[in-house]
Design a protein around this ligand. Structure first.
Ligand SMILES: Nc1ncnc2c1ncn2[C@@H]1O[C@H](COP(=O)(O)OP(=O)(O)OP(=O)(O)O)[C@@H](O)[C@H]1O
Length: 485
């Protein structure tokens, strides 16, 4: 038999009786759902100030699976692993204790703490003294120290059974899902949005995902993988939605009409407008982003405030005061860092000199030049899917377009950089024709180019060209490749 005791989170324990009851009931259910995947017959019992978990499967792998699963359930701060033993005398308890945890105090200071429930001819202090004295004598280098020992050995006695705590494990804390309202997390697949989503899941909010596709299939698959991973690992007790909005037409409209330095803030405001509509449709209370103050030059209080003013919907920014390194550390710990590192980063709407002090009247002036029908259309066409259906897609390998450093004779290079970038550093290659077609016009204008030629896309970092090549493949231009000198 394996037994775990989930201690009640102090933040839950201090709540009113009815709230505490509801939270523990929800937690009990979540534990059942998750652990039944390992052992269908697991016993999960709510004992008011703790939840006990018992499995009859005494397999080493089952033990590891139980520990791993309990660490991934929001609302659990700490759980202990206990060994149950029947006893008649104090010495029985001592013998079992030394066998189980004696090795953990070799050369260390320790103390024994005992709790007792039921009728016995000894007190809990007697038990502590007996077991502690024995260990002190028989374990090499171990010495009793009552205040701040290196190791604390915990025992509990209830009637004729003794429970010896063999391990203490730490969980992810927070509140059980879904004791808080639903949120819609804007996922870009970078370090920040993944960590921000995790923080909300931890806090007990059912966290749905919203992705604005700015450029091609590779990014979308990457973000789906990251979202699916977060859901499956930390919140799979409750199903959520994954929403994709095709934002390429919005980006194109911004690039055509909005002044360069204001583009970033306008794009974010378009995202918040779209996000609010989706949230309302799904009856969700708040949007979540991975924005953090001062992290990129455009994430200033002035800009965030102008972004906020576009909607009445609450926008949560759980990472607002985190340092980048802290965020990366959490991403490593929760397992999203690697995905973030390989995520294709979209380099399109990065202004040369983004404003750090957005002014609402300037932004409103720029937005007057924007055709809002474009936004309405993409939002109406939003694709809402059950996160569970991502499974198949998430398993797909990221596709990649072929990339060459040397151009074959007769090939044509399509310089897809923005007009400003092209002007600042024009591209000229000996003996090769270069046409200039900014990436935001590719979707509509690429088809107009002569058909009997091999095209090689070029951009600064090789990221946009890769994404755009994949997008053109999807549109049937399968021979398009990437030029990466
Ligand atoms: N394509 C997108 N789809 C959905 N949300 C997005 C998208 N791009 C940005 N966001 C949201 O805006 C936030 C800030 O994005 P921005 O690109 O300014 O910063 P970032 O530090 O690169 O973010 P991240 O590390 O999450 O990619 C992101 O954390 C995310 O919540």
């Amino acid at each position: 038999m394996l037994k775990f005791i989930v201690k009640l989170h102090p933040e839950i324990a201090i709540k009113s009786r009815s709230v505490r009851k509801r939270f523990t009931k929800v937690l009990e259910n979540n534990i059942k759902i998750v652990l039944r995947r390992v052992d269908e017959k697991v016993q999960v019992r709510n004992n008011w100030d703790n939840i006990s978990v018992v499995t009859k499967l005494e397999d080493a792998q089952v033990r590891l699976d139980f520990i791993d699963s309990l660490k991934r359930i929001p609302g659990i701060v700490q759980f202990i692993e206990v060994t149950e033993t029947q006893f008649e005398t104090l010495d029985d308890i001592y013998q079992k204790t030394i066998a189980l945890v004696g090795h953990t105090i070799v050369g260390k200071t320790f103390c024994v703490r005992a709790k007792r429930i039921g009728q016995h001819d000894f007190t809990s202090t007697d038990l502590e003294r007996y077991v502690g004295g024995g260990l002190n004598q028989h374990i090499e280098g171990a010495s009793v120290k009552l205040s701040r020992p290196e190791v604390t050995i915990r025992l509990e006695v209830k009637d004729d059974k003794a429970y010896i705590v063999s391990h203490t494990h730490f969980g992810m804390a927070g509140f059980p899902l879904p004791t808080q309202e639903d949120v819609l997390s804007l996922m870009s697949g970078g370090f920040d949005s993944g960590v921000a989503s995790y923080q909300m899941i931890r806090k007990g909010a059912r966290t749905h995902f919203l992705f604005f596709n700015l450029g091609g299939a590779a990014h979308e698959i990457g973000v789906k993988q990251a979202s699916y991973y977060l859901w499956k690992k930390y919140s799979s007790t409750h199903k959520v939605k994954f929403v994709t909005v095709d934002f390429e037409p919005v980006v194109a409209e911004i690039l055509e009409n909005v002044e360069n330095s204001q583009m970033g803030v306008v794009l974010k405001r378009m995202m918040m407008r779209a996000g609010s509509v989706v949230a309302q449709k799904l009856n969700i209370q708040a949007l979540v982003t991975g924005e953090s103050i001062g992290q990129v030059s455009s994430q200033t209080l002035a800009n965030l405030s102008v972004i906020d003013r576009v909607t009445e919907t609450l926008i949560l920014r759980p990472l607002i005061q985190h340092d980048k390194q802290e965020i990366i550390n959490i991403a490593r710990q929760i397992g999203t860092a690697e995905m973030a590192e390989t995520m294709p980063e979209y380099c399109g709407v990065i202004s040369k000199k983004p404003t750090v002090k957005a002014k609402i009247d300037v932004i409103l002036g720029e937005e007057e030049k924007f055709d809002f029908d474009v936004l309405d259309t993409v939002v109406n066409n939003a694709r809402i899917m059950d996160v569970r259906d991502i499974d198949v897609e998430a398993k797909q390998e990221l596709k990649e377009a072929e990339s060459v450093a040397d151009l074959p004779v007769g090939s044509v290079v399509v310089d897809i950089r923005s007009p400003e970038e092209e002007e600042a550093a024009p591209l000229a290659i000996d003996g090769v024709e270069v046409v200039h077609l900014p990436f935001f016009r590719l979707a509509t204008k690429f088809g107009d180019l002569p058909k009997d030629t091999d095209y090689y896309l070029y951009c600064d970092r090789g990221v946009m060209s890769q994404l755009q090549a994949l997008m053109l493949h999807e549109q049937g231009f399968e021979t398009v490749k990437v030029y990466r000198p």
